[in-house]
Ligand binder design. Sequence first.
Ligand code: GAP
Length: 578
Amino acid sequence: MVFIVKQKIKGRDYYYLRESKREGKKVKSICLGYLGKTRKDAEEKFKNFIKQKEEMSKKQEKITKEPIKEQVKDSRQAHSKLTIDDKSKSIQSIEEIATFCKKKGFVFSSSEIYGGFSGFWDFGPLGVELFNNIKQDWWNFFVQEKENIVGIDASIISHPRTWKASGHISGFSDVAVMCKKCKKSIKIDKSEVGKIKCDCGGDYEVQGEFNLLFKTKVGALDSQEAYLRGETAQGMFLDFKSIVQTGRVKLPFGIAQIGKCFRNEIAPRDFLFRSREFTIGEFEFFIHPDETKCELLDKEHLNVKIRFLDAETQLKGKQELKETSIGKILKEKRLGEWHAYWLAEQMLWFRRIGIGMNKLKIREHTKQELSHYSSATFDIDFEYPFGSLELAGNANRGQYDLNQHIKESKEKLEIFDEKTGKNIVPRVIEPTFGMERVFLSVLSQAYSYDSERGNIVLKLPSKLAPIKAAIFPIVKTDEKFVKFAREVYNDLKKEFNISYDASGSVGRRYSRNDEIGTVACITVDGQSLKDKSITIRDRDTTEQVRVKISELRDIMRKVVNEGESILSFGKKVNTRVK
Ligand code: GAP
């Protein structure tokens, strides 16, 4: 039950909104917000609050009750019927996430003033921070923290012969089909022509085969036809020789990069999931072709638990998942040791950025669907609101690409092997990540509606959150508070992306920050001026602790970089507004 209460503070009236709830045998009462200084104001705000709450609960009810459609939108979706945890509070539609992203400044459709441009998106002020943090953590995990991986940033347009050699000009195409019954067009893989039906039951009619590479012209006079890269991987193969000559690398080693890729998708859809311009984070890991042992593979990797969809099950037209482990699929000889090691490392990174292992599955490619360059591929699929679909992949590219470039360029793309004293062409394992898809899965995992608070809370891991702290002066009109709060802000700003928030009631400021995932709300109050302390509120629990300002930077470092809980740094304080 919610109700208005009046409190007298220093002889003046203040009105608050409180809610009481029965918890077991006790009735707990919490303050939901400040309503003003007069009864009239309070009643007005109370009415608005009730109206908003009703609208939110209707919306929430709709979201939770609405059955998630099993839309077979593309070839991969045929393999990936959604399994939903019914208890999850965070079920949402992709439209809801897209609307949220636009409203809060995470992602806008590109060229919106011209009506948008299908398949192209812009990251807004909060989105770019979140996306940069994800990319930075990927780089830290796979490049900085690994002894055997170096990074590059290759050009987006490379010599056009690159794409002839790689097989993308002849083999990188999708088939466009239209359903004879409902007339919906989608793209399918070549291997699926004649094998799959539309979700309405209709047969597909082939409209044509389309190469996914974007063409462009380079130079004004005597211009040359070139391509925007369709994958970042070719940059690593083209730079292999330079890195071997200059980088003091020894086998086994990897070359990584994160960068923009372009694919002229037939049917871009599902917000950022399938676009025409997107970001891949991937690395090519070069291994001696005869080396089957991976010294880095340890118990932690073997014990990674996975939900697995094998090729045989899919060939029977079934989707049943097996609860297994990386160690077990290695024993079944579905992949080699290096392949297993990197698949496990991919899962470990997902775990580190807060992706629930129960939301992921590993899907083995059937022989018919393997890319032209791969002899074994595994997809890592995430349970998006629109289906369990590919988030990342891991392919055994063997010696395919280096051999192709050796043939086309007539260059020696070899490395000296100290063990055998010979120059060899290494084989390659390629872990790949669609970075916008990672962004979408992080958002979708973090997005939850808190019915008690009456707002969305974006429970992002601290290191990924776009804004690490918001500084509030509790009284925004008193210069003493403002000066103090500004000092705290200016100091913390040197190290973290933070905001200064002095508009609206404290309750409103909390909910605004909860919605964008701000890790800590730091309040400067009366006591701050006396003993140089502030309160820090933990986003996920709404609990607050009081700490010394002199310790604030260090605390924030531990919270943001090491994931420590804000609540472990001080004594809990009781506050009226949660
Ligand atoms: N070098 C290997 C490679 O490019 P891929 O599976 O074609 O493999 C890599 O693409 C990753 O890029 C995929 O795992 C997927 O997450 C992402 N991806 C592919 N097409 C995409 C698109 N149109 N929009 C957004 N992400 C895409």
